[in-house]
Design a protein around this ligand. Structure first.
Ligand code: ADP
Ligand code: ADP
Length: 237
């Protein structure tokens, strides 16, 4: 079964009784297990809306979403524990998603099972920090003590903590200096191979998608207008 499959997904935002925005207008695609799938589109094309639906942070207006063979739309939060473990999202702005009052060790360990012992947590944090190329001492510090690229490494370590099967990266390098973007993309490629993850990478930048992905879907105004192997897709978003 595919890692992710969506069928005729629609999401309309209602701003007022007379003003509604069809952000997704019938999107269908499948991400094969182990694939590196890119979604490219200009600002406003519906990418973030799609990510929120896939992560069950928002509900579709219609259509269905399947995660590793299980339908997730329409499920109550208490039935989504498997999704909260198996699917993790890395967002664009690591500062926005890292609690500034928490030490890195607690940020990274937060998604771990509550029953994990103190010693096991410390071991797991050390292992995760090493996996993302951060020194062990990073565990004692706070997010503001790191550069943008290092903060993105912290959020990637946190995403990997529950040993997910699928990673969604939503504009993971857009907020970073151009000179360090390739380092973070190389890290994602390395981790995806090492942990046998399925990757869904969302970006407005076709160059980023080409560097990382094997397959790409191009979104425009809430629809997929082109879809195929990454080198066969011609149009810029
Ligand atoms: P709905 O009530 O249709 O489900 P939401 O609850 O998702 O819509 O959004 C609530 C409000 O947030 C919207 O009415 C809108 O004014 C505002 N909003 C949030 N993000 C955006 C955005 N990216 N563009 C426009 N409006 C937004
Ligand atoms: P992208 O991530 O590609 O920039 P979005 O999914 O954020 O696209 O937005 C798609 C469309 O939906 C845009 O027209 C945007 O203004 C609108 N939109 C997004 N979120 C909301 C919201 N919460 N309420 C109302 N409109 C929204």
């Amino acid at each position: 079964v595919p890692a992710i499959e969506v069928r005729d997904l629609r999401r309309t935002y209602t701003r007022s009784r007379t003003n509604s925005v069809p952000a997704l207008r019938g999107v269908s695609f499948a991400v094969p297990t182990g694939g590196r799938f890119g979604i490219v589109g200009e600002s406003g094309s519906g990418k973030s809306t799609l990510v929120r639906l896939l992560a069950a942070l928002d509900k579709p207006s219609s259509g269905s979403i399947w995660f590793r063979g299980r339908q997730i739309d329409g499920r109550a939060e208490r039935e989504l524990a498997f999704l909260r473990r198996e699917l993790q999202v890395v967002f664009q702005d690591p500062m926005g998603s890292l609690d500034p009052r928490m030490r890195v060790r607690d940020i990274v360990a937060e998604p771990l099972d509550r029953r994990t012992s103190r010693a096991d947590r410390a071991d797991r944090v050390a292992e995760l920090l090493a996996a993302v190329g951060l020194a062990a001492e990073a565990a004692d510090r706070y997010p503001h003590q790191f550069s943008g690229g290092q903060r993105q490494r912290i959020s990637i370590a946190r995403a990997l903590a529950p040993a997910p099967r699928v990673l969604i990266a939503d504009e993971p390098v857009s907020a970073l200096d151009v000179s360090i973007r390739a380092q973070i993309l190389d890290l994602l490629l390395d981790l995806v191979a090492r942990f046998d993850l399925t990757l869904l990478l969302v970006s407005h930048d076709l160059g980023v998608i080409r560097y990382v992905c094997d397959t790409v879907a191009v979104m425009r105004r809430g629809e997929i207008v082109e879809h195929g192997a990454v080198h066969t897709v011609y149009q810029a978003p």
